[in-house]
Design a protein around this ligand. Structure first.
Ligand code: F6R
Length: 243
């Protein structure tokens, strides 16, 4: 586990963008596992800036997003499809056919989940997975539960997640109650993981990275990953598991 202390959100974003930049430069057809939410927005902005300066080419890069709400059409202002188009995909030269998110409108959610896992496998897995962390320790929408779910699946959102994400909607009642999320297997099989967390996540980050590995704190499974980079503006100390 590599810890990087960022001075502030701008520094966190620049450092995260640097790692993504290196990844794309080193392997232009990288498979990126991308996240939505507020935390990675600044990193995406830095990537857009570097693209506009001619320093970055996304034409061969592939991306598979972590999750999507169920019941929101792709063009809904709150869908993660829209989020990704507005914050990254439409602002750089990503090829639309190389940008994947689960289809939360699929009539057969089980088949959609299997296809999403098959797609990620067909790419040979994810090269660099970007993650935020929920206040309840979720990664993607892998919510606290009695066991880790390995594959992409439909999940009913935790009340805490609904409360936290209500800020993006006109009212908490508008937040979808379920989502499709990649499971723990695709995340853990990523060659590298980049976990981003602002200061407001310090308590849950400590639990996740230095507490017991438990599905009650889904991000705790990241302790087992051999190439985890954590960039945080918070002060987090503890005994790092040897890897
Ligand atoms: C988003 C996602 C979530 C967020 C998490 C943190 O695709 O999968 O796990 O990363 O909820 O969200 P923010 O960054 O808004 O605090």
């Amino acid at each position: 586990m590599i810890f990087v202390k960022a001075n502030d959100y701008d520094d966190l974003s620049r450092k995260a963008a640097d790692l993504l930049y290196d990844q794309i430069l080193f392997k232009p057809d990288s498979v990126l596992g991308l996240a939505t939410g507020s935390t990675p927005v600044g990193a995406y902005q830095y990537l857009v800036q570097r693209y506009r300066r001619g320093e970055l080419d996304f034409s061969q890069t592939r991306s598979v997003n972590l999750d999507e709400y169920c019941g929101l059409p792709e063009d809904d202002p709150n869908s993660y499809h829209t989020f990704m188009r507005q914050n990254l995909f439409d602002l750089v030269n990503f090829c639309p056919k190389n940008c994947w998110l689960p289809n939360g409108m699929a009539a057969d959610k089980g088949a959609e989940c299997k296809n999403y896992d098959r797609l990620i496998r067909s790419f040979g897995g994810i090269d660099l997975q970007v993650l935020g962390i929920g206040q309840n320790g979720h990664i993607g929408f892998n919510e606290p539960a009695d066991c880790f779910t390995m594959g992409t699946h439909e999940v009913f959102l935790d009340q805490q997640t609904i409360r936290d994400n209500a800020r993006f909607f006109s009212s908490p009642q508008m937040v979808p109650i379920s989502a499709l999320t990649t499971g723990i297997r695709s995340i853990l099989q990523a060659k590298k993981i980049l976990l981003l967390a602002g200061e407001e996540k310090t308590e849950i980050l400590k639990k996740a990275l230095f507490g017991p590995v438990t599905p009650r704190v889904p991000a705790s499974i990241l302790q087992l990953h051999p190439h985890l980079v954590v960039i945080t503006t918070g002060t987090v100390t503890g005994n790092v598991r040897g890897n």
